[in-house]
Design a protein around this ligand. Structure first.
Ligand SMILES: [Zn+2]
Length: 119
C-alpha cells in the first residue's frame, strides 16, 4: 500500500538530532511546495536542521525510555517525558503558562494543563 505522505509546518517527525545526540520527535519548520519536509527544528535544543527523507528516518519511534504517566497535578518542565492515556508518549516542548504546557505527541503538539491542584 502506497500512501502519499505530505507534511505541513508544525507536524512532527522523528529525526536524529546531532546536537542532542539522540533521536527525537522534531517539529517541521518548513516544507516545499510538494509537501516535502525541507527543515525541521529540535524541540529540545532548538537546533534547526535540513531534513533528508532518505536514511536515518523512522516514522515510528523505537522504544524509548519509559516515561511516567501524565499527571495534571504535576508540574512539568520543558523536555520532560510523559505518557498520556489517550495520546501516548510525549515530550514537553514548552511551558506556555504556569498551568499550561505544549506536549509533542506522535502525531502533533497538544496543549495540556499541568500544575493543577488536586480536587
Ligand atoms: Zn536537539
Amino acid at each position: 500500500m502506497v500512501e502519499k505522505v505530505t507534511y505541513a509546518v508544525g507536524d512532527r517527525v522523528d529525526k536524529f538530532c546531532a546536537k542532542c545526540q539522540e533521536e527525537r520527535g522534531h517539529i517541521v519548520a518548513s516544507v516545499t511546495k510538494r509537501g516535502m519536509i525541507s527543515r525541521v527544528s529540535c524541540p529540545k535544543c532548538g537546533a534547526r536542521s535540513s531534513f533528508k527523507p532518505a536514511g536515518g528516518v523512522r516514522t515510528s519511534s523505537s522504544s524509548t525510555k519509559a516515561s511516567a504517566p501524565y499527571d495534571r497535578t504535576r508540574t512539568y518542565r520543558t523536555a520532560q517525558h510523559l505518557t498520556h492515556s489517550m495520546f501516548g508518549p510525549g515530550e514537553v516542548t514548552a511551558v506556555i503558562e504556569p498551568q499550561k504546557i505544549d506536549v509533542l505527541f506522535s502525531d502533533r503538539v497538544r496543549r495540556l494543563v499541568h500544575s493543577q491542584s488536586q480536587a
